[in-house]
Design a protein around this ligand. Sequence first.
Ligand code: PGA
Length: 256
Amino acid sequence: MRRYLISGNWKMNTTRATAVELAKALVSGAAAATDQVDVLIFPPAPYLIPVQDAVAGSAIQVGGQNAYFAAPGAFTGEVALDMLQDIGCESVLVGHSERRHVFGETDELINQKVKAGLEKGFQVVLCVGELIEERQAQQTEAVLDRQMAGGLAGVSAEQMASIVIAYEPVWAIGTGHTASPEQAESAHAHLRSWLTSHYNAQVAEATRILYGGSVKASNAAELLGQPNVDGALVGGASLKAADFLPIIEAGVNAAG
Ligand code: PGA
């Protein structure tokens, strides 16, 4: 049985004060939910420590939105995986569409980050997803195949136990145009069959595949009710406890 994972990607939002306030609201609102589902938040790097302090003693997990694969050294502006580890982060987001399309990250760089994260013992949430023009050109599955093969190159079946896949169609991110439950399920089923053919049935069965892209309280239940959707990666609606807590609750209901 795959345990649902409801995650919140805060992107480049919040202040120190609002980040801590949001984290505290999640602790009080999601205490019971974390018995049944995993809850993981990705605050901006400068607020990781105060947010960790705010969730201390709860089951809410805190991860990094990005990290560089190299050991600490002369990489101005980057955050090392070692640094995330040093402050107690156990998860890292890799290959988010904004990293790919705004900052030009390639599958090759993403693969280096995935492998370095795994070597250090992180849970790596690897994001994949097609652009609107790729979907319109019937290229969705080809794009997903390429991103999976590129991102997971050299990753063993054993290491797959620490990988979570997030399917995030780029056209659905921050646009309000959520994928329909059918579109999400079809992509997730495709990703799971990719895992079967490139690894094996056990890996495919055990790997969690999250959906991301305009997830809201109003559509979460239907998306999470799809057989191959194992959680959500939520952007905009993770920035307010009143929006995010009902999505966690939808995960609890889907799990029950
Ligand atoms: P959104 O973002 O929920 O605001 O569409 C999702 C994401 O980018 O992870």
